[in-house]
Design a protein around this ligand. Sequence first.
Ligand SMILES: Cc1cc2nc3c(=O)[nH]c(=O)nc-3n(C[C@H](O)[C@H](O)[C@H](O)COP(=O)(O)OP(=O)(O)OC[C@H]3O[C@@H](n4cnc5c(N)ncnc54)[C@H](O)[C@@H]3O)c2cc1C
Length: 323
Amino acid sequence: MGYPENPILVLVDVTPAGDAAPSTSALLGAASTIGSPIALVPGGAQSAVDAAAAAGAAVVLTAAVDDTQLIVPLVDALHTAYARVQPDAVLVSNSIVGRDVAGRLAVRTRGALSVDAIGVSRDDQGVVAHHSVYGGAYLVDSAPTYGAPIVTVRQGAVEARGEAVASPAVEELEVVGSGAAAATAGPVEAIEQESSRPELRGAARVVSGGRGLGSKEQFALVEQLADALGAAVGASRAAVDAGYIPYAHQVGQTGVSVSPQLYVALGISGAIQHRAGMQTAKTIVAINKDGEAPIFDIADFGIVGDVFTVVPQVIQALEARGK
Ligand SMILES: Cc1cc2nc3c(=O)[nH]c(=O)nc-3n(C[C@H](O)[C@H](O)[C@H](O)COP(=O)(O)OP(=O)(O)OC[C@H]3O[C@@H](n4cnc5c(N)ncnc54)[C@H](O)[C@@H]3O)c2cc1C
């Protein structure tokens, strides 16, 4: 099969059930800004193929893999696609699995690896990845001097979206297992959590709470505002350490990095390690009773006040407006 010009190979992150993860549209959107997106859908589930086409992939490659969460079969499939397509760049989600796959592919292809990009562009020499580093204090670019870069893209960071393709060309890849050594995982137990809130990673809106909430019971205020805004719930490390909320909600250097459209920080001082995980949010709103708190240095809108006085009024106003 002939592939379109300037092919950008995208590894679609798939869930254990085989569906395309929410990162798909931003990955293919990013690819469409620098070339022609070609999606690789491990497992080849029709729902994931459809999602890739809806997100702008004119060509969708599928590969049979027994377990879409095992690293080596994914690398084998991506390596096969890479050899076939000869892309200008490979884009992979900066998820736990994605980072592992991208690193291994870079070793196999002797390609350059750019991690945690918040965007990509193209200049006359090729594809350039953009990164937010040192806790969001600097924006830097990375570009290889030879070969196609393999780029992991931060979830939620890219706004571009590709145009839906009505009838994509679908091609099944024949993948020969490399038999490469892999770490073996022990038994994994899936824990299902029922939540009507969006997942923190990749959420468009995030409301986070810090030590200023004072207790686990009072942290419910963060959840109430999140629900009023249809937002995911985040937290500072101090709030997690104090047991207000589980670690999975920690935002920052040693937690989750988020790039939502809206980030609301309640009772969070804005330590550099917290900022590292949220500074690339498009709009930051901070509510803190200390007018000197460093969070105000990066906030687009700030309210100096007690969260227990201000937030109920905000919720009331939102409810009155019907969001
Ligand atoms: C290696 C390392 C990694 C780290 N990783 C992370 C990380 O990933 N994420 C992270 O968040 N931190 C991380 N930290 C910790 C970080 O340095 C801070 O200690 C932490 O972010 C502080 O959390 P906080 O803002 O909730 O608490 P504090 O700094 O104690 O701030 C609480 C804020 O609440 C305000 N406040 C109090 N009561 C109210 C009220 N009623 N109404 C309004 N405002 C009120 C106070 O004015 C204050 O500004 C890390 C630290 C280290 C050393």
